[in-house]
Design a protein around this ligand. Structure first.
Ligand code: ZN
Length: 46
């Protein structure tokens, strides 16, 4: 078991691994992208 690395949720479409990218550090805007099916989601916590 590895510790320290944050656990990313799997892709909701294909269940593959997601990539996490910080788009805006100040706004906490991040993008989740799936290399397998091309899904891209952005989250912007209020
Ligand atoms: Zn996917």
């Amino acid at each position: 078991m590895s510790s320290g690395a944050p656990q990313l949720p799997p892709c909701p479409l294909c269940g593959d691994e997601l990539r996490f990218e910080v788009l805006d550090d100040e706004k906490f805007l991040v993008a989740w992208s799936c290399l397998a099916c091309g899904l891209i989601r952005t989250t912007e916590p209020a």
